[in-house]
Design a protein around this ligand. Structure first.
Ligand SMILES: *Cc1c(COP(=O)(O)O)cnc(C)c1O
Length: 435
């Protein structure tokens, strides 16, 4: 497998370099040079495969000989070790539950796969790898859980003190093993600045091998294409038309669906569902892309004002607006509409949905007004208990918290506490990891 930079198609690297560096030096994003079509019989016979087995076939098809067949099979089976069931709301509308992993959100798929690919490529290196992650809450939990126990990789997570939810904090600070948490007396931006300074510190980089677990790493995108096949297997019937509705922020999930489609999964439309941060829906409507400062909403994992994967979407369609608008539809909704939707889904289907999924539900309804003969699968990106207060208030009822989340509150937090001071952060890294 080869990849190029979206800023320069002549700049090509192998999978190892794309994964270990996350970003090309020209600040573009890596994209596969080829998205070869899968055998149509594979798509027709998806029902013959388990989720992990079909994921392996898609992975191998895309990755080719960059990783040996045996190694890739192990990586995929370890990463895709939980289900992604489609729950049928009615015969036209399904919900693809992507929250059955360790951090209860779809980001587990990307994080678990990336961790294992990095671990694989790291085995020929002399020094251990230290991954630095700044998080405002959610991403850090998935990354930490993804890398837990990966040999010869250490993860250091920086999070802003008092600015993540108590449960999120537990997800970051109770794992132990190769995961270290640093509570920073500052904001998320301060955490990011500290990490950035460490990457730019030439002296530090001589003694420690640093890397990032960036959300735009191609190794996070690839596994997100697997569950579109899994959902197709469960919900599509011969002769039907099927579209996917994707609650979107940075548009990684939606872009992964476009990769699945390019590889031959005959998806009718990919539908972007956003909150008030409606940059992409408004691009689809007007043809002009206007990034904005993000606004806060109750579906806060989608509060993104300049989605990084937009350039990947453009790349897939040669930046041609009328082609993009044929394949991708977009809708956006307010917090008020989101709350009403959560209530409606609960009343009508007795199903509890989180605010992100509820935005997907609204988009599915609006989309189907114009596309009545197309079935829709809504991606439910997080378990509702991750947004407990909002959901319980909207539904006016208590919801059940999954055991593995409830159990977290009993565990003891272990974190180092630092001020926003690069000298202190640098000392921490040197003392811990420099040999
Ligand atoms: C990250 C996240 C999203 C947005 O996904 P993108 O791939 O960035 O578009 C949606 N919902 C939840 C719960 C998330 O954590």
């Amino acid at each position: 497998m080869q990849l190029y930079s979206t800023n320069n198609k002549a700049f090509k690297v192998d999978l190892k370099q794309a994964v270990m560096n996350s970003l090309p030096p020209d600040n573009g994003l890596y994209m596969p040079t080829e998205l070869p079509l899968l055998d149509p019989n594979f798509i027709k016979n998806l029902a013959d495969y388990s989720f992990a087995d079909l994921s392996f076939i898609v992975a191998q098809h895309l990755i080719g000989t960059s990783i040996t067949k045996a190694a890739l099979e192990t990586i995929v089976h370890e990463a895709i070790n939980f289900a992604a069931p489609v729950v049928e709301l009615n015969e036209h509308l399904g919900v693809l539950e992507l929250f059955h992993g360790p951090s209860l959100a779809f980001k587990d798929f990307g994080a678990r796969f990336m961790a294992r690919i990095m671990g694989h490529y790291n085995t020929d290196e002399e020094k251990e790898l230290v991954i630095l992650v700044a998080t405002s809450g959610d991403t850090g939990g998935a990354v930490a859980a993804g890398f837990l126990g990966t040999p010869r990789i250490k993860v250091v997570i920086l999070y802003p003190s008092g600015k993540v939810s108590p449960l999120q904090e537990k997800q970051l600070t109770t794992l132990g093993k190769n995961i270290e948490a640093i509570e920073v007396n500052g904001t998320f931006d301060d955490c990011q600045a500290l990490v950035k300074q460490a990457f730019l510190d030439k002296e530090l980089n001589k003694s420690i091998r640093l890397s990032s677990a960036n959300s735009i790493n191609i190794a996070r995108l690839i596994p997100q294409s697997f569950y579109y096949f899994e959902a197709w297997k469960q919900f599509h019937r011969a002769g039907e038309s099927l579209s996917f509705i994707v609650p979107s922020g940075n548009f990684g999930n939606l872009t992964a669906g476009l990769l699945a489609k390019k590889m031959g999964l005959p998806i009718n439309h990919m539908v972007a569902a956003t909150n008030a941060n409606d940059i992409v829906p408004s691009y689809l409507q007007t043809g002009s892309y206007k990034p904005k400062t993000s606004v806060s909403t109750i579906s806060n994992a989608m509060d993104v004002g300049n989605p990084s994967n937009f350039s990947r979407m453009m790349d897939l369609y040669g930046s041609t607006w009328n082609i993009v608008t044929e394949e991708v539809k977009g809708y956006s909704y307010s917090d008020e509409a989101t709350r009403i939707a959560m209530k409606e889904i609960y009343k009508q289907f007795n199903y509890v949905m989180d605010p992100h999924g509820a935005i997907g539900y609204l988009a599915a309804k609006e989309y189907r007004l114009k596309h009545k003969s197309t079935k829709a699968v809504i991606l439910e990106t997080a378990h509702p208990s991750k947004f407990l207060e909002e959901v319980e208030e909207a539904l006016n009822t208590k919801i059940t918290i999954p055991e593995r989340l409830a159990e977290l509150s009993q565990r003891k937090k272990i974190a180092s506490y630092i001020d926003v001071d690069y000298g202190v952060f640098n000392d921490f890294l040197v003392n811990r990891f420099s040999k």
